[in-house]
Design a protein around this ligand. Structure first.
Ligand code: ATP
Length: 199
């Protein structure tokens, strides 16, 4: 799997539609201070489902939408698409090329698309779990992340290692199963109560 392309529209400093194409191997993005290099990394984390405005260096989620400049008016929505080559089947879907899109409007409406079909955030998160490219994974190490990892609680530091070991998916499924068992337990108690009332 490798990242082939990023399309940005109205995301942070990228007011106009901007396309970045990548080839296998090493790519360096260089540019003057404040030219938008970190915004590219933010865009990748955002489209992968990042929900924390703070970790995208903003205060509110709508801070990711181009807010205008001296010469340009602000825009009302932003969209980021990632195109990944999946020839090696690293992502557990049958597509040879995977395209994910996230779009958000100032009104707060938002949507996710998987190969141009609307999907849920949950679908995106599950698709990238244990792929090394998930929201919390080790593929994107932002500025200050190393210090944060070294100073943080050992339990939190474990996340990227679990992602690398491929067990995040199973932990997530266990949590879901425990939640459903809890619901079933509550339903059984309710049924017992009803039966006792009828007897
Ligand atoms: P450095 O080398 O200093 O780390 P950088 O190239 O990584 O810089 P970024 O931090 O990616 O730069 O980009 C910062 C620029 O993005 C700033 O000029 C900021 O005004 C602009 N920016 C961020 N959010 C928005 C937004 N919502 N609308 C318009 N511009 C934005």
């Amino acid at each position: 799997m490798f990242l082939k392309r990023i399309d940005l529209i109205g995301f942070k400093s990228f007011a106009d539609k901007t396309t970045l194409e990548f080839s296998p191997g090493l790519t360096a993005v260089v540019g003057p201070n404040g030219s938008g290099k970190s915004n590219v990394a933010d865009a990748i984390r955002w489209v992968l489902g990042e929900q924390s405005a703070k970790s995208l260096r903003g205060n509110r989620m709508e801070d990711v939408i181009f807010a205008g400049s001296e010469t340009r008016r602000a825009v009302n929505f932003c969209e980021v698409s990632l195109t990944l080559d999946n020839e090696d089947g690293h992502l557990p879907v049958s597509y040879k090329e995977v395209n994910i899109t996230r779009r958000v409007y100032r009104s707060g409406e938002s949507e996710y698309l998987l190969n141009r079909q609307p999907c849920r955030l949950k679908d995106i998160l599950e698709l990238f779990m244990d792929s090394g490219l998930g929201r919390e994974s080790y593929s994107i190490i932002g500025q200050g992340r190393i210090e944060e990892m070294l100073s943080t609680h050992p339990e939190d530091r474990r996340g990227p290692f679990e992602d690398a070991a491929g067990i995040v998916k199973f932990k997530h499924r266990r949590k879901e199963a425990e939640r459903k068992l809890g619901e079933t337990d509550a339903n059984l108690t309710r049924i017992d109560d009803i039966i006792a009332e009828l007897e």
